[in-house]
Unconditional design. Sequence first.
Length: 275
Amino acid sequence: MSEKDKKLKIGIVGCGAIGSSLAKAIVSGFSKEGELVSLYDIDIEKAYNLSIKFNKKLAALNLEDLINKADLVIEATKADAAFDIVKKVLSLSKDIMIMSVGGIIQHYQELKVLTEEKKARIFIPSGAICGIDGLKAASLGKINKVILTTRKPPRAFLGAPYVLKKKIRLDNIDKDTVLFEGNASQAIKAFPQNINVAATLSMAGIGPEATIVRIVASPTISRNIHEIEIESDAGKIITRTENVVHPDNPKTSYLAVLSAQATLKQILEPIKIGT
Ligand SMILES: NC(=O)c1ccc[n+]([C@@H]2O[C@H](COP(=O)([O-])OP(=O)(O)OC[C@H]3O[C@@H](n4cnc5c(N)ncnc54)[C@H](O)[C@@H]3O)[C@@H](O)[C@H]2O)c1
């Protein structure tokens, strides 16, 4: 078998809603170009149970075991675990696709240096927002403003550090209420579970200090809505994405999972469409 015919060996860390969906997609949709070789979860049973769905012994003993088997690792765990996982993968000169983007944004420069040293690559899907393609192109010129407005039902913000600190009574909200307005860096700390999109938008555009984030609790909506407004020398871009929730996890948008699949498709297929 020539180098060109070799399948990309893929390992998944985190076998929750996103990891499981991606595992199924690799086995059913990308089996010509890619092979699922390993699964790891801090909850060993989750990796084992997912593995038996494919009639294979894919559960890894530990993270290092998975990294050694894979060419590409997909991280789908949680924000505070992501940085350590990404660092280990890159240190072993393997490529990684990152889903818990909010967890790595503060370490972006350090990881960038590591990719250069180790000749490894990081892939970050657009996730639950639209407009990253235009933003990436526009950022090669001059960008004047990037604003993200995220609207979610009030209960989606339960337990967020900002809500707890400000003692906001989410059950009392009966009309659209701006909970937070600040830069992406502050938003990620204030709403760490809600704000992967702000991290991705910042990295594609003008960075977390300059990207403005507005978070709105809206009692009248059932879908999470992300609106993006970009002003640049190349023109004005406005996008609005109304997300349907993932059937296996109401905290995750279905589009985020499909976006990860689309990124995988870009990696595996010879024709790449979009910026
Ligand atoms: N980029 C985006 O647009 C986007 C959108 C939605 C979700 N996400 C993020 O993707 C990640 C996964 O989301 P999900 O819905 O699949 O979550 P989930 O809770 O369904 O699954 C996460 C899994 O990771 C495992 N895990 C936790 N810590 C781990 C560790 N240190 N090592 C190995 N496994 C570990 C958990 O046991 C769990 O099985 C989350 O961080 C979420 O915020 C990103």
